[in-house]
Design a protein around this ligand. Structure first.
Ligand code: SF4
Length: 686
């Protein structure tokens, strides 16, 4: 790990006013330097050098001087992790389609290269032209989870940009974050200029418009922009719906340390910042030209998002809650994206992505048509999906026509029926065992089951039920073949904002260790049943950053200063560094993570509107505590969670059925119990 001294040594950058992100009136158009010539000789000294070279098929090389706004799109992790990210690829294409906008990409250098960059004065650079971060107008960072926060600070510092937003000048880039972890950006508040809430397609272009107009206005002025110009830009960004500027809001605390409220301190900014929702995915059929990675990445496939959102209502799932409602892509659009993409990229695997892909109302025909199209070729199809039912096995059979039936993955998430009612994962043990029976009898050889421990109200009996379910599934596997395998994978639960579990206490790592030991002991006589566990310590930092408030920012900064990077990587155990940072900054895990909150306490993200009504979330939390389940509102009654009103689509039930469900609050006639479920509709050709 890098030491603190190395961490603070930033590459030299031009003084303010001589940078290129904002040119003073009359200044000549200048292209910033490429660092390739100094970078290239270093690459033979670092691991996986191909991740730094760029030049991939479908990268876009826009002309610097033809652009009036310049974006650096960044994933705060290595290229191998971040390159497949769909969000970045979508924004990359739609920004570069604009004649006066340029977008390039950047990823975090691994520590071996970072060390050499700091020695040689090479800043954070773009992949396309190896241009320095400080030359861009915007650094737009996607935060799919919280474990990239220290990397974000590191990328800024390495890029010659102050980590603190209030110390940046008019020609420094605007630092913008988006993605799921941006739904509580408070632990990053001093470091970012703005956070974008919700779907990025439309709001990114509106931010680009605001930036272009700001540059035009200031460049047209007779005088060079003064210190107020950056403030003016922040005000313009805050006027874009879905953009939150933390500097315009201040948290107020009670004497006992609880948050009282986060209030606007700038005239005209909204008290509640709404999220953005793209209502028609058909208008945003991207990425069309998926970038083919230069080296190995975590997912090597052509990916198509088949729908966005999920209304199954799993209470632990932040992604499901914040992306409501469901919006489907048409089957013919999916087919075309796949055909064009496979032909163009040469990928031999296609992933049909969503939060629960088997829930597309036309998934049967989609799977059948794609399987027909690629039968006899080397192209395989995959459906990353966690739904536990025999229908899923049928789909997987269809999609695996070209390949061997190796592994299927299901996520019951909890071992006991009671616990699954608490988390609203509506699957019975009978469903699971029947699904396993179907899968093994149809030739599948390996089933992986995903579970969590540390869920609210959990008892040791619930934990042991995970082992029991694993043993029963393994019994079925052995019945169909001695070589068949079952793996149970168990991780510690981390409560997230904007979910019904946002009020609950997180289990400390000792307790997670104890529960994992119970499972390990219970399966010890079943040698063929494999157990995989996540490191319980990983959840400590994630949990703190997920639900921390603005005070936690001091710990983020201190942890980074002490050398924390890549907090989600096994190779970089940073927990001790973090514990030191917490001690030095007086941040308590007991207070922020291991304490249950009540409904009177303000939450750090209350001023950020995910669309979910807080009262509904609280009621759902009470339902969880009394083991009460809620059906998927897509196929039953509306529970009035708050998301759909105001959206012209109301609630999308798919393109194949030709009807929309009435969206009325429960008890007002909104029930539609006679409607078929998605699989039933498929089975009947609906
Ligand atoms: S408003 Fe109703 S139909 Fe829409 S997502 Fe919420 S519960 Fe479902």
């Amino acid at each position: 790990m890098l030491g603190a001294a190395t961490a603070r040594r930033a590459p030299a950058t031009p003084p303010r006013g001589e940078r290129l992100g904002f040119r003073a009136p009359g200044a000549a158009a200048t292209t910033p330097p490429s660092y390739w010539d100094v970078l290239e000789p270093l690459l033979e000294q670092v691991r996986k050098p191909a991740q730094y070279v760029g030049g991939e098929h479908n990268q876009i090389l826009s002309a610097w001087n033809a652009a009036s706004t310049r974006w650096l799109l960044c994933y705060p992790d290595t290229y191998e992790v971040g390159q497949p990210n769909q969000g970045i690829q979508i924004l990359y294409e739609i920004l570069n389609e604009r004649s006066e906008t340029l977008a390039e990409r950047a990823y975090a250098p691994w520590i071996d290269l970072e060390e050499r960059q700091r020695e040689q004065g090479i800043p954070t650079f773009s992949l396309e032209h190896h241009r320095p971060l400080w030359a861009f107008d915007v650094l737009a960072v996607t935060l799919p989870h919280e474990l990239g926060h220290t990397n974000l600070l590191n990328l800024l510092d390495l890029g010659g940009v102050s980590i603190r937003a209030d110390q940046r000048g008019v020609d420094d880039p605007i630092v913008l974050v988006g993605g799921h972890a941006a739904y509580n950006p408070e632990p990053l508040a001093p470091f970012i200029d703005a956070a974008v809430m919700g779907d990025g397609e439309e709001v990114t272009l509106e931010v680009d418009d605001a930036l272009a107009a700001w540059k035009r206005d200031h460049l047209a002025a007779d005088t060079a922009p003064g210190p107020d110009a950056r403030q003016d830009l922040l005000r313009r960004l805050a006027a874009v719906e879905g953009v939150y500027v933390p500097a315009f809001y201040a948290p107020r605390y009670l004497d006992d340390g609880r948050l009282r409220q986060t209030v606007p301190i700038e005239p005209g900014v909204p008290a509640l910042v709404p999220k953005r929702t793209v209502q028609d995915l058909e208008q945003w059929a991207y990425p069309r030209k998926q970038i083919v990675p230069m080296t190995e990445t975590v997912h090597e496939r052509f990916s198509v998002e088949i729908f966005r959102g999920c209304t199954r209502g799993c209470r632990f799932c932040q992604a499901g809650m914040i992306t409501r409602p469901v919006r489907e892509r048409r089957p013919e659009t999916i087919q075309k994206l796949v055909e064009d993409g496979v032909r163009d990229t040469g990928f031999n695997e296609v992933g049909l992505l969503s939060l629960s892909s088997a829930d597309h109302s036309a998934i049967g025909p989609i799977a059948r048509d794609l399987a027909d199209a690629y039968e006899g070729t080397t192209t395989s199809l995959s459906l990353p999906s966690t739904r536990v039912d025999a229908f899923n096995v049928t789909l997987s059979n269809e999609l695996s026509r070209n390949g061997r039936r190796t592994g299927l993955t299901f996520a019951p998430e909890a071992g006991s029926e009671r616990m699954r009612a608490v988390i609203n994962k509506m699957v019975s043990e009978e469903d699971l065992l029947r699904t396993a029976e179907t899968a093994f009898s149809e030739g599948w050889r390996h089933i992986k089951l995903y579970f969590m421990v540390g869920l609210p109200t959990e008892t040791d009996e619930d934990v042991l039920a995970i082992a029991d379910l694993g043993i029963k599934t393994y019994g079925i596997a052995r019945k169909h073949g001695k070589a068949n395998k079952v793996t149970i994978s168990v991780g510690g639960f981390v409560p997230k904002p904007h979910t019904p579990f946002q009020w609950c206490a997180q289990d400390p790592p000792d307790e997670i260790h104890r529960k994992l030991s119970l499972i390990r002991h219970a399966i010890k006589d079943h040698g063929g049943l494999k157990l995989r566990t996540n490191d319980p310590e990983e959840g400590v930092i994630e949990g703190l950053l997920a639900r921390g408030d603005r005070r936690v920012a001091a710990a983020v900064e201190r942890a980074w200063q002490l050398g924390a990077r890549f907090d989600g990587w096994h190779e970089m155990p940073t927990l001790d560094t973090w514990l030191q940072a917490l001690e030095e900054t007086g941040i308590s895990l007991e207070w922020f993570s291991y304490r249950e909150r009540d409904d009177k306490e303000a939450l750090p993200w209350d001023h950020l509107d995910s669309g979910l009504d807080k009262t509904w979330l609280w009621e759902d939390w009470q339902d969880a505590r009394s083991d009460k389940e809620l059906d998927d509102c897509r196929w039953s009654a509306c529970y009035d969670c708050g998301v759909c009103p105001g959206l012209s689509i109301e609630h999308d039930t798919g393109y194949t059925g030709g009807f929309q469900l009435p969206v009325l609050p429960q008890g007002l006639g909104g029930g539609s119990q006679q409607l078929p479920t998605a699989p039933e509709r498929y089975a009947s050709g609906g």
